[in-house]
Design a protein around this ligand. Structure first.
Ligand SMILES: CC(C)(COP(=O)(O)OP(=O)(O)OC[C@H]1O[C@@H](n2cnc3c(N)ncnc32)[C@H](O)[C@@H]1OP(=O)(O)O)[C@@H](O)C(=O)NCCC(=O)NCCS
Length: 174
């Protein structure tokens, strides 16, 4: 059985390992560590199987809009499942639990850059079709948004901004 719960202090090293294994590099694990140091408003969930961390998902603050209308929401990522346990539904459980919690927190939207085959099943749609653009160069179909509160996003277009830790700025802006 897999249990999804919020990250605890003792999970931190295992979260690093799962991310390094899933991505085959440490860049994503380093971003997670920098975000944890700098942010107090993350949502970090782990999947636990036989008392081990086998999956992880992180949501951090993202900003949409420009000038007179700016809306705060969350960005999904990185997310990782241990390679030997992928394609068994663990990633889906992490996404669904995260979205449920963000709805409870009245978060108006979630953006992400990811596999265009995977995320539409949770309600994510192309962000560019709403006039919302990624701050990085990325394939159009890979940049997606899930709107959780439509009225909050009325008339909001333009660039979506991630936390600076995603650009390697480890000190952040807080
Ligand atoms: C993406 C990832 C988190 C999904 O977790 P998971 O537990 O395998 O996901 P689930 O079993 O719930 O769902 C499987 C779906 O994930 C997608 N998926 C899994 N691995 C994938 C891959 N290498 N490339 C593209 N899509 C992939 C597929 O859409 C798959 O659906 P299908 O089985 O119907 O084809 C996991 O595969 C992973 O850690 N990958 C490496 C790191 C990564 O790419 N992270 C996401 C960055 S956006």
């Amino acid at each position: 059985m897999t249990v999804i719960r919020q990250e605890q202090q003792q999970d931190i090293e295992e979260i690093r390992q799962v991310n390094v294994q899933a991505f085959g590099q440490s860049e994503e694990a380093d971003i997670i560590d920098a975000l944890r140091r700098n942010c107090s408003d993350l949502l970090s969930l782990v999947a636990i199987k036989e008392e081990q961390v086998v999956g992880h998902i992180l949501f951090s603050r993202a900003i949409l809009g420009e000038h007179n209308k700016v809306v705060n929401g969350m960005a999904l990522g990185p997310m990782a499942v241990r390679p030997d346990l992928q394609r068994q539904g663990i990633g889906s459980e992490l996404v669904q639990t995260g979205i449920k919690e963000l709805k409870n927190r009245r978060c108006p939207f979630v953006i992400l850059l990811g596999h265009s085959q995977f995320y539409p099943r949770f309600g994510f749609e192309s962000a560019s079709r709403r006039g919302i653009l990624c701050e990085w160069e990325a394939p159009e179909e890979a940049f997606m948004i899930l709107v959780l509160n439509e009225p909050d996003l009325h008339g909001v277009t333009g660039l979506a901004r991630y936390r600076p830790e995603f650009k390697g700025e480890t000190s952040g802006y807080e």
